[in-house]
Design a protein around this ligand. Structure first.
Ligand SMILES: Cc1cc2nc3c(=O)[nH]c(=O)nc-3n(C[C@H](O)[C@H](O)[C@H](O)COP(=O)(O)O)c2cc1C
Length: 444
């Protein structure tokens, strides 16, 4: 079954997506075909659990601590209910929004998800193609599995934003932003909530962090500044990230990890696997990454540097407190992104849907407000948009679709969310996203 697609940037193109989607699914059902990518959010997650390795599923689904924030992000939507208003002629509905000065076909973005090679070999390339076919901007992760230039080449017509993790090297940050601009990204999303890696219980119990196996570091290994840092480190030879760390025991798994690191390292050595296995560069790349990745000392004062590094709009991701929203405005940023990283950073954190109204109020329409963490249904998106989000970002569900059916799987997940959004819009008596507002909802 070929899922319906939407032409990029065409506001009219998403019209009728719900009818087309229902029709495709029910018609296929006549021949006994059920969707291979489940429509139900829990069934989708369960199918991905079956399809993915234990490590991949834990990395994608897992959250911090006892995962109370992960649960609260979803449960938080239960506070709001949609008021149905019939007899309003909703035959033609428009899902388009204005975002960063461009009319977009839908109110969705794809959130940045790192290490998508854990879900599918085509990773970000498949995601970029699916997003482009639906007219949905794709926020490319700093921890992507493919360099941003290759992602552009996979779907040159698609709209892309680049997400930056502010590393300890300003030269590297500047270089990444230069590349983002040169490769056609429309904005920079600076993620602020990951200056320390969260306490991810599932990953800890599996003793598995993909970056230590050279996964999810393609933006770095393809970067000339990073490559220079790696060469300098390799000249210093054999330095461990943590000098007190015990040596890695040689087991079959350690050998497999070594081969994977060497294979990834061919991007740096410019040679084949055999030479890469002998070169110190691949391991030095992993160690350099682990050293530079996070900057717990980052402050509001540092943000001004980003303005020197790029002329692109800057959006701050990880804003959940109204006072920080106000500070973001003072800092002159071009947008804020309400997110708690899908509950992966702090356990028992504020659910984002509860934080959204306060941030929206403080922003007062001056810059766009993107929302994520917990969007599993089209109705969730309606609630976030009615509470004042400009756009809504989808996270884990598209990773599950990717794991189940690659590019087509991502497309089906996003299409289903769009279809349900469209239906909820119409059934609640609205014909456009702009009509959604406080009187769309009732609090319980
Ligand atoms: C597997 C995975 C990887 C992620 N990688 C990144 C990343 O590289 N950069 C980033 O800013 N956020 C990252 N996030 C957070 C997402 O951008 C988004 O905030 C989160 O997934 C929203 O929560 P939800 O998926 O539960 O809706 C990641 C989330 C997941 C699940």
């Amino acid at each position: 079954m070929a899922p319906s697609s939407v032409a990029p940037h065409d506001p009219a193109a998403a019209r009728g997506i719900s009818r087309r989607t229902q029709s495709e699914i029910y018609r296929a059902g006549i021949s006994g075909t059920k969707p291979r990518v489940p429509v139900d959010a829990d069934a989708l997650e369960a199918a991905a659990r079956r399809a993915l390795s234990a490590e991949a599923f834990a990395y994608i689904a897992g959250g911090a601590g006892a995962e109370r924030t992960v649960a609260a992000n979803r449960d938080g939507f239960a506070r709001w209910q949609v008021w149905p208003r019939p007899l309003r002629d909703v035959a033609t509905r428009d899902l388009s929004i204005d975002f960063l000065g461009v009319r977009r076909a839908t109110p969705f973005l794809l959130a940045p998800l790192g290490v998508m090679e854990m879900a599918h070999d085509d990773a970000d390339l498949a995601v970029a193609r699916a997003a482009a076919s639906l007219g949905v901007p794709y926020t490319l992760s700093n921890q992507a599995s493919f360099p941003m230039e290759e992602v552009r080449d996979a779907a040159p017509e698609g709209s892309r934003l680049f997400q930056l993790y502010w590393s300890a090297s300003d030269e590297l940050n500047a270089s990444l932003l230069r590349r983002a601009e040169a490769s056609g990204c429309e904005a920079i999303v600076v993620t602020l909530d990951t200056h320390l890696l969260g306490w991810r219980t599932r990953d800890l119990d599996l003793a598995y962090l993909p970056f230590t196996r050279a996964m999810g570091i393609a933006q770095y290994t393809s970067d000339p500044v990073f490559q220079q840092l790696v060469r300098e480190r390799a000249r210093g030879a054999g330095t461990m990230t943590d000098a007190a760390a015990p040596p890695v025991r040689v087991t079959p798994k350690a050998v497999a990890a070594g081969i994977r690191i060497a294979r990834k390292g061919t991007a740096l050595t410019g040679s084949g696997l055999r030479e890469s296995l002998r070169s110190p560069l691949p391991r030095a790349a992993v160690e350099t990454f682990l050293d530079v990745f996070s900057t717990p000392a980052l402050t509001w004062g540092d943000l001004a540097k980003a303005r020197e590094w790029t002329s692109l709009p800057i959006i701050l991701k990880g804003i959940v407190h109204p006072d920080d929203a106000a500070r973001a405005l003072d800092a002159g940023v071009d947008g804020v992104w309400v997110s708690n990283h899908g509950g992966r950073q702090i356990d028992q954190s504020v659910p984002t849907i509860a934080a959204l109204p306060g941030v929206v109020e403080r922003i007062g329409g001056r810059v766009p407000v993107v929302f994520d963490s917990g969007i599993r249904q089209g109705t969730d998106a309606v609630i976030a948009l009615a509470l004042g989000a400009t756009a809504v970002a989808i996270g884990r569900p598209y990773a599950y679709g990717l794991g189940l059916a690659g590019e087509a799987g991502v497309r089906e997940v996003v299409r289903n969310l769009l279809a349900e959004l469209d239906i909820t819009l119409g059934l609640s008596g609205h014909t456009s996203i702009a009509e959604l507002g406080a009187d769309t909802l009732r609090t319980v």
